[in-house]
Every structure is written in structure tokens, then in C-alpha cells.
Design a protein around this ligand. Structure first.
Ligand SMILES: Nc1ncnc2c1ncn2[C@@H]1O[C@H](COP(=O)(O)OP(=O)(O)O)[C@@H](O)[C@H]1O
Ligand SMILES: [Mg+2]
Length: 265
């Protein structure tokens, strides 16, 4: 069953068409990966579906609610972890979570148990009274996910959740994302540059290039469609985006973005 759909979703910034006629649907309980080189339009798609940016044309809905006409209903169903930092380094993990508990209108008596639950779920109980500026990049990412899951969203949007993290931090974030999907039946909509992870964890992926949908499908099917041996999702990505991965652009830029620790220090 589709929990999220876009139809001819389009967003222009002056003469630039950042998202061009995107029609996709995401099923309840999926981990769906939106892939594409930098500038492909991924963050713009997420901003439109999360009601933060109005589409120029076309439409999108979450849980049957239109993102423009029923924005408040959509907001109640979703959690969002933006590409930019959303935790305050000068506060503790618990204090950051309290801000979000208030923001999401969680009743006073439920705030502490919800915060404890999300800390425990994200493996941050021991660190919850430390200032966030002393957290590792991976811990900060897990805290941001904890913030976004406090109100038990049906769909969680994660924009580049593992960018700039070391392999250990990346694995911890991915493990928690998977657990959320299985324990809470949360539908996950994420963007990533890491093809290997997307291949392992996403039930389906869509590859965007220059604002357009290049291809959508199950990773194994996309690999098989290239009709070659030992094909990886990297190969599929390069095939559909004209070699952006090989030129190193997306990877290099990815590692330069989100230098969390430095920005917080
Ligand atoms: N607010 C904005 N104003 C003007 N151009 C924008 C704005 N937001 C994004 N863009 C442009 O839209 C394109 C897609 O951006 P984005 O959605 O951030 O791509 P991605 O997340 O795939 O890297 C880029 O060319 C970017 O420069
Ligand atoms: Mg982006």
C-alpha cells in the first residue's frame, strides 16, 4: 500500500528546474532510497514532501493528505532529519530532545518516557547528560534521528543520514534505521551517496539526475538490467547519471559536507 506519492512534482528556482516532473510512490514499511549526484534535486524533493517548500506544479501526498492543502495533517505523520545540523551543541542530548518533545506537542506527562525510549532506542542513554558538542558525528546523527522519532512518525525523512561519518558511525546509524523500520513499522525515505549501503538496506531506490527521475526499482533488478557480470549499484548509478560517481564529484563533495564536529566546536 502506498503511504507516499508524488505526481508530476516540479520545483523551479527562476530558470533552474531543480525537480522536474517526478512521479513516484513509496509503500508502507519500505526503506526507500533517493539517490543522485549533488545538485540532482534530492533535498528539494524532501523539502516539498515535508511541506517546507511549495511545489511549482504537480502534487505530493503522505498518508492520503496533500502536502499543500493538508499540510498540518502531513506534518503530524512525519519526522524529518535535515541535511544541515538540527541539534544544539551547547545543550545536552536530553535537553535537545526536550525541545523537540515540546515542539511536537507531546503531553507533559509523556515527555520523559518518550525521551527515555528514544534515547534507549538510539543507544544514547549513557551519553544523554553530556553536551552534544562532545558527541561524535555518529552520535549527533543518532540524536537527530531520536529527535525526529519522538512523536512516532509514520514516515521518517532522512536527508543524507550518514554523510561524513566514519564506517563505524555509518553502520550504527544504518542499524538503528533498520530497527526503527522493523520495530515501529516506520516507513523510511532517505537520500544517500553511499551506493553499497543503499544496495544492502533499501527495498527500492530511485536515481535522480538533473532533477529528473532516471530509474526506479529494486536494487537487484536494477543491477540485473545492466546485463553484465559482477554489477554493483555504483555501476547502475554511473550508467544512469553519466559517470558522476567515477569523476569523484559526489563522493568528494560528500566527504566535505557536514563536518559536524568542527561546526559544533
Ligand atoms: N532555495 C534555492 N534557491 C535556488 N536554487 C536552489 C535552492 N535550493 C536548491 N537549489 C538548486 O536546486 C538544485 C537541486 O538542489 P538540491 O535539491 O539541494 O540537490 P541535492 O540534494 O540532490 O544535492 C541545485 O542546483 C541547487 O543549487
Ligand atoms: Mg541534498
Amino acid at each position: 500500500m502506498a503511504i507516499l506519492t508524488t505526481e508530476h512534482l516540479t520545483r523551479r528556482f527562476k530558470e533552474l528546474t531543480a525537480v522536474d516532473d517526478l512521479t513516484i510512490s513509496v509503500n508502507q514499511g519500505e526503506i526507500f532510497g533517493l539517490l543522485g549526484p549533488n545538485g540532482a534535486g534530492k533535498s528539494t524533493v524532501i523539502k516539498m514532501i515535508t511541506t517546507l517548500l511549495p511545489p511549482t506544479s504537480g502534487c505530493a501526498s503522505v498518508g492520503g493528505f496533500d502536502v499543500v492543502h493538508n499540510a498540518s495533517n502531513v506534518r503530524r505523520l512525519i519526522g524529518y532529519v535535515p541535511q544541515i545540523l538540527s541539534a544544539d551543541g551547547t545543550l545536552t542530548g536530553r535537553e535537545n530532545l526536550m525541545i523537540f518533545a515540546k515542539l511536537y506537542d507531546i503531553p507533559k506527562s509523556e515527555r520523559a518516557p518518550r525521551i527515555d525510549e528514544s534515547l534507549e532506542f538510539m543507544g544514547l542513554t549513557d551519553a544523554c547528560n553530556k553536551l552534544v558538542k562532545n558527541y561524535s558525528g555518529g552520535m549527533i546523527r543518532r540524536l537527530e534521528i531520536a529527535q525526529a522519532m519522538l512523536h512516532h512518525p509514520k514516515v521518517l525523512f532522512l536527508d543524507e543520514p550518514t554523510i561524513g561519518l566514519d564506517p563505524v558511525g555509518r553502520k550504527a546509524v544504518w542499524d538503528h534505521i533498520q530497527k526503527m523500520c522493523s520495530d515501529f513499522d516506520t516507513t523510511i525515505f532517505l537520500t544517500t551517496h553511499y551506493m553499497e549501503e543503499a544496495d544492502k538496506l533499501c527495498s527500492r531506490v530511485a536515481i535522480m539526475h538533473l532533477g529528473k527521475l532516471a530509474v526506479i526499482g529494486v536494487p537487484a533488478d536494477l543491477k540485473a538490467s545492466l546485463n553484465k557480470e559482477n554489477v554493483t549499484l555504483d555501476d547502475v548509478f554511473v550508467y544512469y547519471t553519466g559517470g558522476d560517481l567515477e569523476s569523484g564529484g559526489s563522493y568528494r563533495e560528500a566527504s566535505m559536507t557536514r563536518q559536524t564536529a568542527r561546526r559544533l566546536g
